[in-house]
Design a binder for this molecule. Structure first.
Ligand code: GAL
Length: 677
């Protein structure tokens, strides 16, 4: 079956029948229960290698044949996984070089864990090729198969000698000569001048980590290696049926995962995502707003990767087992969080996991079916309710809504920010600040795409680039052109400081160069210095007769013609600009010289969005804890508070109880309204 021809949204999850082969009654139950829960897809085989090839060269696919056939007969489609995320013990015992070299000293790790193979290992690639080829030969034309799931949550780095050899080749290809590399890495520092590529090693903790360009390059190199590995798996499965799309389930934090998802997405037909927000663990126990923002930003990132709907490959119907506190989803939260995903562009709601295993580390991880085996549970009822709801929402399938606003959350920029040494030891802020900007825009009730610097800027009216520290070649020009052509661009403190190798831009006495690099005329200012504030410190800025807090970072700017929006009130830089607006070409360039409290950011983006003429999804100012998204002409109004909230939509007041949502079809206004639960 072609996935595009399925008219409904998908609902299902990771299913591990190979854990239950000795329990035929359970397998019978599963199919019945899936139908009852409105499940129309399962992901099979993610960690099944030892069930598929119990001994080297001995393949046992009968159990999978049987389950695939039965699922199909019962109207349930299959996303089949290649098993390369975890290998059987016999494989690592015979070929220990498939395991990764560790981060401390590059020594090979012993067997254990998962998603920890050396992607440079030829024998690893060969063994994966064999099992993938067998699976593809066998199942590529099975009528239940709708998609290949390549590996699982690829991530991390290997630091072994084989990777060192490949890294050196990668560097030679990038820099051409060792002199150029020395220049870019600034190796005269601490006597690090290399005389040949063979002197360069992976940056392990006990060795070289001072040359930031090298550290960033290692992550780029390994990201390319992961993608190359993924491409190899894709080539094999596509050989047998090019019409079956491929995906891989992506993690949450793209900068900690060490894979450039913007690049990786090009290798995929469909992007998919595993979402595990920490519901009910926020500081404010009456509001899930911040957690919802966290989840929403990642959904908007996943959708924007290919500018089309993504699949929510994993989520948990109750509580996972790996948080510090594994809290149950409160009543109505499962539905609400699922609606957040579909309103953001998910074409599926899938779970990890369908049935809880009886042993091993995930035996208490939330699942649709618990150890009791019953459907008479709160979780099952919640899942069934979502299944029924999704069935009514086939109008969303394949539909993506337009966003006029984008926030840049760029992978290379993020890893550079995390690696550089300046401002503060606590790097969390580099993650929190872009999110605070995203949140402020979201509160203005517009759709947002979360993009990278290499993404196409042309479709947007407003682009916000919080802490765009790294200006790769062409970035400054791209921003200039965007503003020239009528766009509004927001840049903040700590932007335009280094090139793609983390080498600082510089000037000379006759020709000085100030941040943001190459854009002083566009923003009408220059940055002279930046001050870091302690956690308990703040400055104040006044904006439109109100006072707000400046926190964390305050830049000292010099105005070159921009209009002042806000000034610092205290300290030796009192009176200097904290926020500015500059007309350039047909557009506007905004600069925020400091991080601020959430209230200022909301007001600031209100101003930017108002002036760029972008229509709001609803004609209301932000109502605390109410999130609004628009997809396929439907407005999703979602209350992330436990309390009742009221919001004006299309001229009418809508009241939502705690954790309630409503969907309103725009064109027909309130006459067609559904979903109030
Ligand atoms: C995911 C992983 C799953 C399962 C899940 C538990 O990251 O892909 O296999 O471990 O976490 O939350």
């Amino acid at each position: 079956m072609k996935i595009d021809e399925i008219s409904n949204l998908l609902h299902g999850g990771d299913y591990n029948p190979d854990q239950w082969l000795e329990y035929p009654e359970i397998l019978d139950d599963d199919i019945e229960l899936m139908k009852e829960a409105g499940v129309n897809v399962v992901t099979l085989g993610v960690f099944s290698w030892s069930s598929l090839e119990p001994e080297e060269g001995v393949f046992t696919f009968e159990w999978l044949d049987n389950i695939m056939d039965r699922l199909y007969e019962n109207g349930i489609y299959v996303i089949l996984s290649t098993p390369s995320a975890a290998r059987p013990p016999w494989l690592a015992k015979k070929y220990p070089e498939i395991m990764r070299g560790n981060f401390m000293d590059g020594q090979r790790m012993p067997f254990g864990g998962r998603e920890n193979h050396c992607e440079s290992s030829e024998i690893w690639r060969e063994k994966v090729r064999i099992i993938d080829e067998k699976l593809a030969q066998h199942y590529s034309h099975h009528p239940a198969l709708i998609m290949w799931h390549l590996s699982n949550e690829m991530h991390g780095l290997c630091f072994c000698e084989n990777c060192a050899v490949n890294f050196r080749k990668w560097l030679k290809n990038k820099y051409g000569t060792i002199d150029e590399l020395n220049k870019q890495y600034w190796t005269a520092f601490w006597s690090r001048r290399f005389t040949g590529f063979d002197e360069i090693n992976p940056p392990v903790r006990f060795g070289e980590r001072q040359l930031h360009g090298q550290v960033i390059d290692y992550m780029r190199f390994y990201s390319d290696l992961h993608i190359d590995f993924l491409e190899a798996e894709k080539e094999i499965v596509k050989k047998y049926n090019p019409d079956i799309p491929v995906t891989t389930n992506m993690f949450m934090q793209h900068h900690t995962v060490k894979i450039n998802y913007h690049k990786m997405a090009k290798s995929l037909d469909i992007t998919s995502y595993d979402s595990y927000p920490m519901w009910h663990l926020g500081k404010d126990k009456t509001s899930e707003w911040k957690t919802a923002v966290w989840a929403s930003m990642r959904f908007d990132f996943m959708r924007a990767l290919k500018s089309k709907p993504f699949y929510l490959m994993e989520s948990v119907p109750s509580a996972p087992n790996h948080f510090e506190f594994c809290k149950l989803k409160r009543p109505k939260m499962h539905m609400l969080s699922s609606m957040l995903a579909v309103s953001s562009g998910a074409d599926s709601i899938q779970y990890f996991q369908w049935r809880k295993s009886l042993g091993a580390t995930e035996k208490f991880h939330g699942a649709v079916i618990d150890h009791d085996g019953s459907s008479d549970t709160r979780v099952f009822r919640d899942v069934r309710e979502v299944g029924a709801k999704l069935k009514e929402m086939s109008y969303l399938k394949g539909q993506k809504s337009k966003a006029d606003v984008a926030v840049i959350f760029d992978w290379e920029n993020m890893i550079a920010l995390f690696e550089q040494q300046n401002l503060r030891k606590d790097k969390e802020l580099f993650d929190k600040i872009p999110r605070a900007h995203y949140e402020a825009i979201l509160k203005n009730y517009v759709n947002i795409d979360v993009i990278g610097v290499d993404s196409d800027f042309s479709g947007y009216k407003v682009i916000s680039a919080p802490m765009l520290y790294m200006f790769k070649d062409g970035v400054a020009d791209k921003i200039r052109r965007f503003v020239e052509n009528g766009g509004s661009f927001v840049l903040t403190h700590y932007s335009g400081l280094v090139n793609e190798n983390d080498l600082c831009f510089h000037g000379t006495r006759r020709n000085p160069a100030f941040a943001p690099h190459g854009l002083n005329d566009v923003f009408g200012l220059r940055v002279n210095e930046i001050d870091a504030l302690c956690d308990d410190e703040f400055n104040e800025i006044s904006y439109e007769d109100k006072t707000f807090k400046a926190i964390n970072f305050c830049e000292l700017t010099e105005n070159l013609g921009a209009k002042t929006l806000a000034r610092y009130e205290h300290d030796f830089y009192a009176g200097l600009d904290a926020a500015t607006e500059n007309e350039y070409g047909g557009g506007k360039a905004y600069y925020l010289a400091c991080n601020t409290d959430d209230d200022f950011l909301y007001e600031f983006y209100k101003h930017v969005i108002d002036h760029s003429g972008i229509p709001r999804i609803v004609d209301s100012g932000y109502v605390k804890d109410i999130m609004v998204k628009e997809r396929a002409g439907r407005k999703f109004i979602m209350n992330f508070s436990t309390e009742k909230r009221r919001i004006g939509v299309d001229g009418e007041m809508i009241e939502l109880e705690g954790y309630e949502y409503v969907i309103i079809e725009s064109s027909l206004k309130k006459s067609y309204q559904e979903g109030k639960i």
